[in-house]
Write a protein that binds this ligand. Structure first.
Ligand code: GDP
Ligand code: MG
Length: 224
């Protein structure tokens, strides 16, 4: 089979209530593109992997963290355009079109942003909103960037752009590492508006304090 045009990579950890809805929704939006859906599962105990396989997704496994899962999935992807997306229906499948258009227009990396006109979030408590703002400001000041969002994982990558980033974060620091290294290595980055919806079913895995610290450490580790 020829390589697909678009690869969608979805890290999952106990997403049985969502995975069976998100895969068909992605396929509807991508019906005119050759595509593959790669689910990177943390050996979920709730049958997530079986549901995903039943819907024709490629399933691979990773037991370390969200960043590690994403990197493993992106490395396995065969498409020309690679997309990272959550399983929990927070990311609107229709916006895949914007993420694809960004790469087709010539950008290396296209990032959904909840904080430009057209974007928003129904899934962000006040403390996280505040933390995210502080981290965005820090990254913009320290690395001479102009980002409006940071810790948001709905993004697309030109095949080949990833190798230039040499990513290593294994947990929730991965998005931040991508933002910083994209600037440091001179990639062409575009932000497009994204409306983050409330997680449909199940529980979020991000812990505000623990992962806030992970993100802060990621910022400082990448200085210099
Ligand atoms: N494979 C894998 N997936 C994870 C892990 N942690 C979170 N995820 C998945 O990553 C996506 C985003 O996680 P979520 O908990 O919704 O984070 P939040 O939206 O930032 O609160 C979801 O699809 C999760 O199932 C992990 O350690 N391993
Ligand atoms: Mg979520």
């Amino acid at each position: 089979m020829p390589n697909p045009y678009v690869s969608v990579v979805i890290p999952t950890w106990n997403e049985r209530g969502n995975i069976g809805r998100v895969i068909p929704a992605i396929r509807r939006v991508l019906s005119k593109n050759t595509h593959e859906i790669i689910v990177v599962d943390r050996h979920s105990k709730d049958g997530t992997a079986q549901i995903a396989k039943g819907l024709g997704a490629r399933v691979i496994y990773d037991d370390i963290g969200k960043g590690s899962a994403l990197l493993r999935g992106l490395a396995a992807a065969r498409g020309k355009i690679l997309i990272s997306m959550d399983a929990d229906l927070s990311n609107e499948p229709r916006e895949l079109r914007l993420l694809i258009a960004g790469i087709e227009t010539g950008y290396d990396l296209c990032m959904g942003s909840r904080f430009i006109i057209g974007g928003g979030s129904d899934d962000m408590p006040a403390l996280r909103r505040f933390g995210n703002k502080v981290f965005i400001l820090l990254v913009n000041v320290l690395f001479g960037a102009n980002y409006t969002d940071l810790c948001y994982g709905y993004r697309s990558f030109r095949r080949g752009a990833l190798q230039k980033l040499s990513l290593r974060e294994r947990g929730f620091g991965i998005e931040t590492e991508i933002n910083i290294k994209a600037i440091k290595r001179g990639l062409r980055v575009l932000e497009v508006p994204s409306m983050e919806k409330r997680r449909a079913a199940g529980e979020g895995k991000l812990n505000t304090f623990r992962d806030g610290y992970v993100i802060l450490s990621t910022i400082f580790r990448n200085i210099g």
